[in-house]
Design a protein around this ligand. Structure first.
Ligand code: ATP
Length: 421
């Protein structure tokens, strides 16, 4: 008896309605449709996952367009990959792809793909736990398709490849194996571990493009506990392939633990992974960091945040650690130019209680203080608009941070005095 996954109970109503319609369309038009990959894995594990991948044994773009005639959603097509993304009014996303087979022209290359059966499509995947599918066709709707014992491995908590050439074809799977193992508290199955070791000895990670290493590293840094993943990766194959200067010493491990705490406490919208990246790249010089940003195709904004951190972190920490009294406005002046990630990076780097207290004061209190005074108030007192406005408002803010201005009247009085002097 096939296992039925009771999709109706487990999917949001709007999502259920779409997958139901895909099933009906598939049956009417004579093709097969499936939900595949991470969503199925997480559904079986009872983990929330809002990214649904659908694979059909037919042209995905055609089917997505057909579906659009029946249901209202936003459609993004990716012609180059022959895939489409459906975005429901609730924001839920589903990717639709044609089932395909992969061929690697040489080890670690990007694969050439061609349409194929669902079996081939599942066989090209990384691990048995990610090669599960759910049938959507009417009659079989909601039934699990488990061709490679993924369910058994989910139960046993094992990360297992589908074939022995897996890490040779695509060494990024080594990073993925570690990521899934650590995320779910699983174990990399013994034979799979031997294959990782074989791929390491064959130097496969060095053959990977830097860009792909960057992508997978960032995914690791986005995990709940990236340190665990990095420690495991380090043990399995070292971290030289990321950069020879990156080492996981005791200092960096302690930094990661502090960063994890501060990221979880932060109420700012921030790129948590970048905080870890800042810590990891501490031993690199500015030129090497720039090289890494280029290799990993990081955005300009990421690069700027990283470079500012590299250039200014040690100076800032030195000043904040000092025994001498520091005015609020000086603390603000030192920390304000850092990105949110940079400020958290500083907290993670320091073991000084004084520094930590000063950073906390900055985050919890100083960043919330604003002047009541605005440009239009300066205009009202007859000040010619220009760059002077910014300077005056900055000085007013600094006085206010130091507790010397109690209300708008006092701010205005101080601004008048500044403009006259
Ligand atoms: P996550 O929860 O981290 O998003 P996921 O399983 O959804 O995990 P994706 O990177 O979104 O991971 O990939 C979707 C699916 O595509 C995977 O479940 C897996 O079946 C397949 N896949 C992704 N990357 C690879 C790879 N490098 N080699 C083989 N299969 C892959």
């Amino acid at each position: 008896m096939m296992k039925n996954l009771q999709l109706k109970k487990r999917l949001p109503k709007d999502v259920f309605s779409v997958v139901r319609k895909i099933g009906t369309l598939a049956e009417e038009s004579g093709f097969f449709a499936y939900i595949v990959g991470g969503f199925v894995r997480d559904l079986l594990l009872g983990v929330k996952n809002l990214d649904l991948d659908i694979v059909i044994e037919r042209d995905a773009l055609d089917v997505a367009r057909l579906l659009r005639k029946k249901i209202d959603f936003q459609l993004k097509t990716h012609k180059r990959f022959g895939t489409a993304t459906i975005i429901l009014p609730s924001g839920f996303k589903m990717d639709i792809a044609t089932s395909r087979r992969e061929h690697y022209a040489y080890p670690a290359a990007l694969p050439a793909v061609c349409p194929s059966s669902i079996r081939d499509d599942l066989f090209r995947r990384d691990f048995t736990i990610n090669a599960l599918a759910i049938k959507l066709n009417q009659g079989n709707f909601g039934q699990l398709l488990d061709l490679f014992d993924g369910c058994r491995d989910l139960k046993k908590g094992l990360v297992r490849v589908l074939h022995d050439k897996s890490f040779i074809d695509d060494p990024t799977r080594i990073l993925r194996a570690v990521r899934f193992e650590q995320r779910y508290d699983f174990t990399i199955e013994e034979h799979t571990k031997k294959l990782i070791d074989g791929a390491r000895r064959a130097g496969m990670l060095k053959q990977l493009s830097r860009f792909r290493i960057g992508d997978e590293l960032i995914l690791i840094l986005k995990e709940e506990d990236p340190l665990r993943c990095l420690l495991r990766l380090n043990k399995l194959c070292g971290l030289d392939f990321i950069h020879p200067s990156i080492k996981l010493g005791r200092g960096i491990s302690a930094g990661f633990k502090r960063a994890k705490k501060y990221i979880s406490l932060s109420d700012e919208a921030l790129d948590g992974w970048l905080v870890y990246f800042m810590l990891l790249t501490c031993p690199l010089d500015a030129k090497q960091i720039r090289g890494l940003c280029r290799d990993f195709s990081l955005t300009k904004s990421c690069q700027q945040r990283l470079e500012y951190f590299k250039k200014n972190a040690s100076g800032a920490l030195k000043e904040l650690k000092g025994k001498a009294a520091l005015s609020n406005h000086r603390i603000y002046e030192v920390l304000q130019p850092f990105s949110c990630e940079g400020v958290l990076g500083l907290t993670a780097l320091t073991e000084s209680r004084t520094t930590e207290k000063r950073i906390r004061l900055f985050l919890k209190k100083l960043t919330r203080i604003k002047t009541a005074l605005q440009g239009k108030d300066l205009e009202r007192i007859g000040l010619e608009p220009g760059p002077k406005y910014r300077q005056i408002l900055k000085k007013v803010l600094y006085e206010k941070l130091d507790g010397k201005l109690k209300n708008k009247r006092e701010e205005l009085k101080y601004a008048k005095w500044l403009s006259a002097s």
